[in-house]
Design a protein around this ligand. Structure first.
Ligand SMILES: [Cu+2]
Length: 161
């Protein structure tokens, strides 16, 4: 018995920090989930990543193209993450087609004029009717809500043959 005691103490000493760590992790996860749920419920705006800029790499402004149009998204100063993943300095792309109206204090709806790229895509093939169209890229947070301030590209105009 006397020989077992030091071993028991040793095991207890080893086991305790591990259990404490696990408990801390669980608490951290629970806290993060609660924060995420609250942010979602209250539509809390996410501060824009400080140096985030979005721009359209293609098509070029003023271009005449045929449908489907390959649109390539450019981003600097932030990272792309799939929708639903709350990670600092990340978001996902949205394409605003022909100047849709939207409420910047709410998550962007998914419509014919507002396309979400929640899988983290950085390009798209877009079906557009012949004629003049405008495109603007918007980078929004994990819950599809525009950043504060909004991170948007210049609007480009194109003609579809
Ligand atoms: Cu979205």
């Amino acid at each position: 018995m006397k020989r077992l005691l030091p071993l028991t103490l040793l095991l207890a000493a080893v086991a305790t920090p591990v259990a404490a760590d696990m408990f801390k992790d669980l608490k951290e996860t629970a806290k993060q989930t609660a924060t995420q749920k609250a942010a979602e419920k209250l539509n809390l705006p996410t501060a824009a990543p400080v140096n985030a800029k979005v721009y359209l790499i293609a098509p070029a402004n003023g271009a005449t193209v045929s449908s489907p149009v390959k649109v390539v998204f450019g981003l600097s100063g932030a990272g792309v993450a799939p929708a639903g993943v709350q990670k600092e300095n990340t978001g996902h792309h949205h394409l605003l087609i022909d100047q849709p109206t939207y409420d910047a204090t709410l998550p962007l709806p998914a419509t014919d004029q507002i396309k979400h790229f929640g899988g983290g895509q950085t390009e798209a093939l877009l079906d557009l009717k012949p004629g003049k169209h405008t495109l603007q890229l918007m980078f929004a947070d994990w819950k599809h809500q525009p950043f504060n301030p909004a991170v948007v590209s210049e609007q480009i105009t194109l003609t579809v043959k």
